[in-house]
Design a protein around this ligand. Structure first.
Ligand code: HEM
Length: 358
């Protein structure tokens, strides 16, 4: 039986007396709580972004004004100006010719809140960071890393804008799928970075679980497969594949389409089939971890994280199938948000196994 010698591991927030006050349990609890809040805000942002995409709102604001764009139009003439701009793009001319100001406002608000939430996240990252740094409540080594994340958050906003601009191209009624994938994975990188940092502030010393190195390799491999399944999912979203489910045409029924793998990024039947195939592989890999931790006596922190990932992957699968078959875009958004939770659970598992030995 593998020993669970975790003697060198710290319990959450239970370190030996810290060499510097910034690393005291109280300060670490504060910093970790703030980072978990940020990760939560990114997760909410994924939901707002998914809704913005699926409601077709993303192209309604045709300017990138990081500072003054914080205010919505305040007068009739400001609304009229913005609407006049929108009337110049193909999405209006092809999908909504003759739409009135009321319809435009319905498109405007989700995109506006998406951008506003992004700005709010910037403030929630920067202000406490400055205060914690000045008052010595955060460890110095974390400051440059978090400043970098702040700038990467700004870059993510810029990528978002370039993505939106791709939807203004002639004959285009939506953003380019490639930009959508990049924007989604930018968000996933920020989410992972913030969450991993929060986990590390919570438990700085890795537990040395003996005999669990193999499970760590398995978890990292499954995480990579999960990322591939998610990449496939972003392409399904990007081409609005949810609308293409058809038993008659065998699209989305799990059958490899004729000519597969042609149309890797463009043919809905291929794109959906690939996402399903990658999702099945990732799901089996993650469920195998759950089976492994149940078959041997895994340390409770590892077991709990693995069970969480196993439960979320089953839910993810059910949500994916239900969204596809029902064609309900709101379920597509829930499916997307659950994918992020699943990713978080896998990161927790890998973090808890990071000091595992052979
Ligand atoms: C491990 C399992 C799965 C993972 C990790 C996963 C992940 C994802 C992600 C990340 C997205 C969209 C991301 C975005 O563009 O913002 C997505 C979209 C989608 N997935 Fe999955 N998925 C899984 C399983 C499935 C299954 C089994 C099905 C159906 C049989 C499915 C059907 C869909 C559909 C229809 C969409 C588009 C939803 C929309 O447009 O809002 N997924 N998936």
């Amino acid at each position: 039986m593998p020993s669970q010698s975790a003697s060198q591991a710290s319990q959450p927030f239970d370190a030996a007396p810290p060499a510097n006050a910034a690393a005291s349990p109280a300060n670490r609890r504060l910093v970790a709580g703030w980072l978990f809040l940020l990760a939560f805000m990114i997760w909410v942002m994924v939901g707002i972004g998914g809704y913005t995409r699926d409601s077709g709102s993303g192209l309604s604001i045709m300017r990138w004004e990081p500072i003054i764009g914080v205010l919505p139009p305040m007068s009739q003439s400001a609304w009229a100006k913005l609407f006049a701009l929108y009337k110049t793009i193909p999405q209006y001319q092809i999908l909504h010719p003759g739409m009135g100001l009321h319809g435009f406002k319905q498109l405007f608000w989700p995109e506006y809140f998406h951008r506003l939430w992004g700005r709010l996240m910037g403030v929630v990252l920067l202000l406490p960071l400055v205060v914690f740094a000045i008052t010595g409540r955060i460890e110095k080594r974390l400051v440059p890393w978090l400043v970098l994340l702040f700038f990467l958050g700004g870059l993510q906003g810029l990528i978002g804008w370039l993505m939106v601009s791709s939807g203004f191209d002639p004959d285009s009624t939506a953003v380019a799928p490639g930009w959508l994938s990049l924007h989604f994975f930018g968000a996933m990188f920020l989410f992972s970075a913030v969450l991993w940092t929060a986990f590390t502030v919570t438990a700085p010393e890795p537990a040395r679980y003996a005999g669990f190195k193999g499970l760590r390799g398995h978890s990292i491999g499954s995480f990579v497969m999960l990322l591939l399944a998610m990449l496939g999912g972003t392409i399904v979203s990007g081409i609005h594949g949810i609308a293409d489910f058809s038993v008659a045409k065998q699209i989305g029924t799990g059958q490899p389409p004729a000519g597969w793998p042609a149309g890797l990024f463009t043919n809905p039947a291929t794109v959906i089939f690939d996402h399903q195939g990658l999702a099945v592989l990732a799901s089996f890999a993650i469920l195998a971890i759950t089976v492994r931790v149940l078959r041997r006596e895994a340390p409770p922190p590892v077991r709990d994280a693995a069970l969480l990932a196993g439960g979320l992957v089953v839910l993810q699968f059910v949500l994916g199938v239900t969204a596809l078959v029902s064609g309900k875009i709101d379920l597509g958004v829930v499916h997307q948000m659950n994918a992020v939770l699943l990713m978080g659970a896998m990161l927790l598992l890998i973090h808890r196994l990071r000091g595992a030995t052979r």
